[in-house]
Design a protein around this ligand. Structure first.
Ligand SMILES: Cc1cc2nc3c(=O)[nH]c(=O)nc-3n(C[C@H](O)[C@H](O)[C@H](O)COP(=O)(O)OP(=O)(O)OC[C@H]3O[C@@H](n4cnc5c(N)ncnc54)[C@H](O)[C@@H]3O)c2cc1C
Ligand code: SF4
Length: 576
């Protein structure tokens, strides 16, 4: 293991040395990059003075994909501070930097430290795969992960042993098991399990959107951010240190802000989108929940205790964390990362043999040079058998469609956008263009700070592109411009008019027509297909022409307004 990175972490090692504990007589625990909470310690019966943390930093893993700089910075800064916090509490810390796979490093450490290392069952399939040799030979022992709110047994009891899996059935069982938001007869407070109908307001500027906190950093974080800024130029995305919570105190401050500023209005504006605020009343805690800097149980219980917050907001939040977040994780595990137990109807291309980059090559004009002993790429379910490349618009080339350009600009500036902009802007455009789902999933994986295989794959492949067919949703989420014009305010500054010239409407009809063989009999799409059948042959021919023009423009990287005979678009300020 190299000495060089230690020299590049001078402030971190000084801080670690200040808190150094005698390593003799310790039992060693490996907590992975996304297990940054002492509550996940698999040996809670031992006092800190008898525990040692194996803290692995892996430039090898970071180089597997062209991850957003903000993501790399968030992970590493939180990892380093977590190690320091445990050292402060009396743990010994053994820090290593990995330039190759995990298993040989863990084997060497187990030998040196005099016994097997205790670990926690990894959330990411990719990490489970990386640890498998160490588990098989016994240098690593896996313990259950205490961060989840529900068990696989509950999932299968609610959803059955085989797909299709349904979130509403799972959520009901999870509510009954936890007792959250139930009356004395175990009925849901508010009379319905989901109060989603109350949560569909567009946002017109009031109440004012809250501004997330900004942080100044100690020398441990600053040294890291300087390193990333100077040395990771090949990674895309803007590094914005002020937006990163790195210490436990900063993460807690972020969560206190979310409770006080976001939750009171969380529910009603959950589906709204605005150029004036990329996050509106969303909490933006997913990076910290997925790293376990915040524990799901803690955040749910604190939200449910907010008596002054209206029930639809509290229920809406509960449904996201207890419902969707747990559900997608179970789908991931039950299908081994969408590789096993999938229905026979599913067309599937062979899984990638190395990590995908989400179209980075085409944008950068050169291949992404990752480590040679790389892990595998992801599964490629493709129910609709669609194979268009991801447009360069997702990498910041202005398309002239304001909604798409604005959300993409926000993602490269922050590593974040909220749920509806992911689903109804980005994935909607990709679906209407027949983009290959795996390439889109890999784009989300590299571009978002909160993305890990267990959560990004079910969301993109299962929910947002219908690549797994009815495995976990009943229909594709696709829409024309009316939805975006109602729930967002992008159209006002767009070269297109949502009611007249926007191509999304014709693209929507052309999508339905193109996929009629697979979607036409879906009862949830009965109304759209009835409307499609009422369109005249001339209208349908025009839909097809527009869809083909848009497709052609994206393939050439030509701005849409120009391709469709309107004016040249304005460039937005942020690309990767
Ligand atoms: C195409 C697409 C890709 C997505 N990729 C990811 C991803 O890589 N990582 C990720 O954490 N979420 C992903 N999601 C889910 C969701 O969009 C984000 O969790 C949410 O936007 C995070 O922002 P927030 O913390 O402000 O969420 P809030 O709106 O404040 O919600 C609170 C929490 O609920 C949880 N949550 C809500 N919906 C989901 C969901 N569908 N799946 C899992 N958790 C959920 C998150 O932990 C979130 O922090 C994706 C959704 C879509 C449609
Ligand atoms: S007019 Fe169409 S392309 Fe433009 S912002 Fe609205 S929905 Fe998007």
């Amino acid at each position: 293991m190299s000495e060089a990175p230690r020299l590049q972490a001078k402030a971190f090692h000084r801080a670690l040395a200040d808190r150094a504990q005698d390593p003799a007589g310790r039992t060693w625990v490996y907590l992975a990059y996304d297990q940054l909470n002492e509550a996940l310690n698999p040996l809670p019966e031992l006092p800190p003075e008898r525990l040692g943390l194996v803290f692995l930093e892996s430039p090898w893993k970071g180089a597997l994909r062209p991850y957003h700089r903000q993501k790399v910075a968030t992970l590493l800064a939180n990892g380093r501070h977590f190690a320091l916090e445990l050292a402060e509490r009396g743990w010994a810390v053994r820090h290593e930097v990995l330039w190759g796979p995990y298993a040989p490093a863990l084997r060497a450490l187990a030998q040196e430290l005099g016994g097997p290392i205790h670990g926690v069952w990894a959330a990411e399939r990719e990490h489970r795969e990386a640890l498998a040799p160490a588990l098989a030979e016994g240098s690593l022992l896996a313990h259950p992960h205490r961060g989840w709110l529900t068990s696989p047994e509950l999932f299968h009891r609610a959803c059955g042993a085989q797909p299709p899996y349904r979130m509403d059935a799972f959520y009901r069982q999870a509510r009954l098991a936890t007792g959250w938001l139930l009356d004395e007869q175990d009925r849901p407070l508010g009379g319905r399990w989901s109060l989603d109908r109350e949560n569909r307001l567009p946002w017109k500027g009031q109440p004012p959107a809250p501004e997330p906190p900004r942080f100044t950093h100690d020398e441990v974080s600053q040294e890291l951010f300087d390193l990333i800024e100077a040395g990771m130029g090949q990674h895309p995305g803007r590094l914005d240190p002020g937006a990163i919570a790195a210490t436990r105190a900063q993460v807690e401050a972020w969560w206190a802000w979310a409770l006080q500023a976001c939750l009171p209005h969380f529910g009603p504006f959950e589906d709204a989108m605005s150029e004036a605020s990329w996050g509106l009343f969303h909490t933006r805690i997913s990076p910290y929940l997925n790293l376990h800097r915040l524990m799901p149980k803690q955040v749910v219980e604190q939200v449910l205790a907010l008596d002054s917050v209206p029930l639809p907001s509290r229920e809406g939040f509960l449904r996201q964390v207890l419902g969707w977040r747990e559900f997608v994780r179970h789908v991931h595990e039950a299908t081994d990362g969408l590789r096993q137990g999938l229905p026979a109807y599913l067309a599937e291309d062979a899984a990638l043999t190395q990590p995908g980059t989400g179209g980075h090559e085409a944008w950068a004009g050169r291949p992404w040079i990752g480590p040679t002993q790389a892990s595998q790429g992801g599964a490629r379910p493709n129910f609709l058998e669609v194979r268009e490349p991801l447009p360069q618009a997702f990498w910041g080339r202005p398309s002239g469609a304001r909604c798409l350009d604005e959300v993409v600009a926000g993602v490269w500036a922050t590593g974040y956008s909220h749920h509806i902009s992911r689903l109804m802007v980005l994935a909607n455009w990709a679906q209407l263009l027949d983009v290959e789902p795996r390439e889109l999933a890999d784009w989300f994986w590299v571009a978002y700070v909160d993305a890990y295989d267990w959560v990004v794959e079910p969301n993109v492949l299962g929910m947002a592109t219908y690549a797994t067919g009815p495995l976990m949703t009943t229909k594709p989420y696709v829409a024309g411009s009316a939805y975006l014009a109602k729930m967002g305010d992008y159209c006002g500054a767009c070269a297109f008019d949502p009611k007249k010239s926007c191509p999304l409407g014709p693209m929507y009809w052309a999508y339905l027509a193109r996929h009629e063989a697979k979607l036409g009999a879906n009862p949830r799409l009965a109304m759209p297909y009835a409307s499609l059948r009422r369109r005249s042959p001339e209208q349908r021919a025009q839909d097809l022409t527009t869809a083909q023009q848009v497709q052609g423009a994206f393939r050439k990287g030509q701005p849409l307004p120009e391709a469709l005979g309107l004016l040249q678009p304005q460039a937005l300020p942020f690309g990767p």
